[in-house]
Design a protein around this ligand. Structure first.
Ligand code: GMT
Length: 373
């Protein structure tokens, strides 16, 4: 098949999933065309079946706002025609599903549009009355719509009153790259006396409730020696730094910024903390599980579909920092329980969220659409 993929190419779960999916489809012999504003950051090394088509926006003086969406739609139509795309798979409803709809009007019915909903396109933007009707339209006009969790499907239907069938397709993790790595030497750099390592990875946006990470860590740190590693960057990071100083935790917290080789970094952790308020899936939780790291998180969105409570980690109500601290301590202090959770996490990530399984699911959805016409 000839498959076009559009996503947000910078850091973020939806961009990671779209890029990794494209790479898997290329490995399976399909021709994959990325149509994005810049090179997706996880695209990596050359592959003969992967092509990159940059969307370059004109900056004419008459435009108060550069018309990115129109330029993207035009580029999608060009690539669809030139490369004879069978399917255009867009990740994120706005503006990608709408641009794809416009491209289809230019190219013709043979171009099948698959839209994958990732979360904030619905759970945040869906509340924005200046966008919600447009998001609904983009969803209804797609030939097929998938979402990364059952909870996201429920929320999409409730919030936007969408009638269309939405197919659940979970995110995946590539078990050839995500597994417990031997990192004892780098671990010693951050935890020289064998302290336990608690980790949080996010874009530090308000929905991640990163201040709760500090609250949980402070409670754990009161009971046992521990270090906190914070990975990623974002708007709440300065507030987090301030809170760390207020609590006198500077000596026990390390900021690692954005990281490329996440599997290696995650392998240093003993527990992954994800106290989010909204999380349609929680890719970071899955990546941690694949590396054998149990997750302590909230009962938010799709997280309970990923992290089985009491099996691969523990889930507490949003904001229950005392509960999350208690569960983290339980995991860190009971070796037998920890080993069991770690094993179950690896098993679940390899079975339910295996990269090959999910790539096959997308492949058969594309074929279903192509064969319908
Ligand atoms: O979490 C974010 O703020 C980034 C966002 C994105 O667009 O990449 O993540 C969303 O998509 C990921 C991939 O499907 C999911 O794992 C995240 O749970 C989801 N984020 C939210 O729902 C807040």
């Amino acid at each position: 098949m000839n498959i076009g993929i559009t996503c947000y190419p910078s850091l973020g779960g939806s961009g990671v999933v779209a890029t990794e999916l494209g790479k898997l489809l290329a490995e399976r012999g399909h021709q994959v065309h990325f149509i994005t504003s810049s090179m997706p950051f996880r695209l990596g090394k050359f592959h003969p079946n992967i092509f990159y088509h940059e969307v370059e926006v004109s900056h004419y003086d008459v435009f108060k706002y550069p018309p990115y969406d129109l330029t993207l739609a035009n580029r999608m139509a060009q690539v669809a025609k030139n490369e004879k795309l069978d399917v255009l798979h867009v990740h994120y409803a706005v503006p990608h599903a709408l641009c794809a709809y416009l491209a289809k009007q230019m190219v013709g019915e043979q171009l099948k549009i698959v839209t994958t909903l990732h979360g904030t396109d619905i759970t945040v933007l869906g509340y924005d009355s200046s966008l919600s009707s447009l998001i609904r339209f983009g969803i209804e006009q797609s030939d097929m719509v998938t979402a990364v969790s059952h909870d996201l499907i429920r929320q999409t239907k409730e919030l936007l009153h969408v009638e269309k069938d939405i197919v659940p397709v979970y995110n995946f993790v590539d078990k050839r790259r995500y597994y417990p790595k031997e990192v004892s030497e780098i671990k010693r750099v951050f935890a020289p006396n064998g302290e336990k390592i608690i980790m949080h990875i996010s874009n530090f946006r308000p929905v991640k409730r990163s201040q709760d990470v500090i609250e949980v860590f402070a409670r754990v740190r009161d009971q046992m020696p521990a270090k906190l590693l914070l990975i990623g960057e974002g708007p709440d990071l300065s507030m987090v730094r301030q809170k760390i100083v207020e609590k006198g935790l500077e000596g026990d917290v390390h900021f690692l910024g954005k990281q490329e080789d996440v599997a290696e970094v995650i392998s240093m952790a003993d527990v992954m903390l994800l106290p989010s308020e909204k999380e349609s899936f929680g890719l970071v939780a899955l990546e941690a599980m694949a590396c054998g790291v149990p997750v302590v998180a909230t009962l938010a969105g799709g997280l309970p579909e990923v992290v089985l409570d009491g099996v691969c980690g523990f889930l507490r109500p949003i904001g229950d920092v005392a509960g999350m601290a208690e569960q983290t301590l339980l995991l860190l202090q009971d070796e037998e329980l920890y080993a069991r959770f770690s094993r179950s996490s690896i098993e679940r990530s390899c079975e339910t969220f295996c990269h090959d399984k999910i790539a096959s699911e997308y492949e058969s959805l594309y074929l279903q659409l192509i064969n319908q016409s």
